[in-house]
Design a protein around this ligand. Structure first.
Ligand code: FPP
Length: 234
């Protein structure tokens, strides 16, 4: 990395290209997800090592249920494996949080998710948010529902609602996203962090997620450092 790096506080990653990576090798799609999950773990540790405070990864969207059953089960089982390992995460300094609608998940997975969120990881350097059954529009709907409940109970009135109220009731509880990285050559947001990406910088890369390395992450940080963020000012 060059010495002129400006570290973003919050990085979002759309972990795309697992299927194509597997296909290129004549392997089942789930082996792409398996390699993708390993890369995710390496990138989380790298974020911790260089001091990125928040990392949000898109692991499973509200639309991904349309995939074949064995692929959906494969991704959920990778999640189970990762979360079981989290039991040994003491002193990793990486806190795990989930964003998304949890209602459809099996009880055992929900328990693992909660255990991971409550795990003692030592002093927190990096908070990793895993977007699971997540959609940016669904997240805004969720926020609106939470606010409606508060209005119905008399806790707040409609005039009290401002941008902070909406932001404060999203699934995500961390500052909005500074940098969004999408590997695999696709150049769209795909319903990821809609509210939180209002002022994000975007770095699209040709590498497939299972091939993504620390050097690729450094490249995205260098790109980010070159951008001049004005937030609508001059
Ligand atoms: C998109 O690539 C990727 C997904 C829908 C799943 C991502 C899941 C993981 C990396 C594993 C998650 C596990 C943990 C522990 C975080 P794609 O399958 O759409 O790729 P393609 O566009 O090449 O087909």
């Amino acid at each position: 990395m060059t010495d002129k790096i400006i570290l973003p506080e919050h990085v979002g990653i759309i972990m795309d290209g697992n299927g194509r990576w597997a296909k290129k090798r004549g392997l089942p799609r789930n082996s792409g997800h398996k390699k993708g999950a390993e890369v995710f773990e390496n990138v989380s540790r790298y974020c911790r090592d260089i001091g990125i405070k928040y990392l949000t990864v898109y692991a499973f969207s509200t639309e991904n249920w349309k995939r074949p059953k064995d692929e959906v089960e494969g991704i959920m089982n990778l999640m189970r494996g990762y979360l079981k390992n989290m039991a040994n995460a003491k002193n990793e300094h990486i806190a795990v949080r989930f964003i998304g609608d949890r209602t459809p998940f099996d009880k055992d997975l929900l328990e693992l998710m909660e255990e991971a969120e409550n795990a003692d990881v030592g002093e927190i350097t990096t908070t990793v948010q895993i977007a699971l059954n997540y959609g940016g529009r669904d997240e805004i709907v969720h926020s609106v529902r939470e606010i409606a409940k508060k209005i119905a109970s008399g806790e707040i009135s409609p005039e009290d609602i401002d941008e902070e109220t909406i932001a404060g009731n999203l699934y995500s509880k961390v500052p909005e996203c500074d940098l969004i990285i999408r590997p695999s050559g696709e150049e769209r947001l795909s319903n990821f962090l809609l509210w939180e990406s209002a002022y994000s910088e975007f770095v699209f890369m040709d590498v497939l997620w299972p091939d993504f390395t620390k050097a690729d992450f450094d490249f995205a940080l260098e790109e980010y450092s070159k951008r001049n963020r004005r937030f609508g000012g001059v």
